[in-house]
Design a protein. Structure first.
Length: 292
């Protein structure tokens, strides 16, 4: 593993086109990730019970729902960060809890909500750790590793801070560094739990546009937890709406998102109109103090 250096010759990135949810990418190497009758929880309490969930290969799936509805818990279980109390998660029909950790890490990448970095580690060194699953005991750092890390830094706008310590960065900068490490892992399935947290609006759109680019150009399967329902509708091919540990609706956003669903999931009265940019559903909240 190289120490505290910015890999040279960053690969150029292609411009990202506007999102078109109705035209998903074709997966280059489809991988089917499924949860079968999952029971999930922490300590003595169950959060999710008897949940069956499929992550469509080659598409961008977004999980939405109110706080504590189980969406992040479900994503953690699908990435093997949380062991189910019941049921199983399978990848191409094989139980992921029976797969060697390093093998699974070459196929599924996960960016959790609150990752922690070793004290004093630099941005470049942290992103380089994303290449660990691809290393063999006899295999040294390669030109391909160099290229991928350089691309990940460039794609997330973190190349200029590659030599800085992660713990010196702002929350938004740290978030982009973690995303860079997840990209450097180069997995066919990429999961991100609230990746736009701490980011300003500009960087939120940059991150989501980057996910579209990965999906379109490489056929990567993406699963994301988002709080912003309008961004979820704009960027998702497949939307999963959860409430109290259950899936209450799923499908293309234009097919399932309406005022009744928003009220059922979030307890929020709203008007749903076409997004003037993407023509996907746009939720306009109605507060208690507005007349309508």
């Amino acid at each position: 593993m190289p120490s505290s250096r910015l890999p040279s010759s960053p690969a150029p990135t292609s411009p990202v086109e506007p999102m078109t949810p109705a035209n998903p990418a074709q997966p280059s190497d489809a991988q089917q990730l499924r949860g079968h009758h999952l029971r999930l929880g922490y300590d003595g309490a169950d959060i999710v019970g008897d949940l069956c969930i499929d992550i469509p290969p080659g598409k961008i799936t977004v999980l939405v729902g109110a706080n504590a509805c189980g969406k992040s818990t479900t994503l953690r279980a699908l990435a093997r960060l949380l062991k189910p109390r019941g049921g199983a998660v399978t990848l191409d029909g094989k139980a992921i809890h029976e797969m060697p950790s390093k093998q699974l890490a070459t196929r599924i990448g996960i960016l959790p909500q609150t990752p922690t970095a070793p004290e004093g580690i630099t941005v470049a060194d942290l992103v380089c750790r994303g290449r660990y699953p691809h290393q063999k005991w006899f295999r040294q750092w390669t030109d391909e590793d160099e290229r991928v890390v350089a691309w990940a830094l460039e794609a997330t706008g973190t190349a200029e801070i590659a030599g800085r310590a992660v713990d010196e960065l702002s929350g938004g900068q740290r978030q982009r560094v973690w995303i860079a490490m997840a990209l450097a892992q180069e997995t066919g399935i990429l999961m991100l739990d609230e990746p736009t947290t701490y980011l300003d609006v500009h960087h939120q759109i940059d991150v989501l546009d980057l996910l579209v680019q990965l999906n379109r150009e490489e056929g990567r399967t993406i699963a994301v937890v988002l709080h912003d329902l309008n961004l979820a509708c704009r960027y998702a091919h497949h939307l999963i709406a959860m409430r109290k540990g259950e899936i209450i609706a799923q499908g293309e956003p234009s097919a399932i998102v309406n005022e009744e669903l928003v009220e059922a999931v979030f307890g929020l009265k709203s008007k749903v109109i076409p997004d003037p940019v993407s023509q996907t559903p746009m939720v306009v909240p109605i507060g208690r103090h507005l007349r309508f």
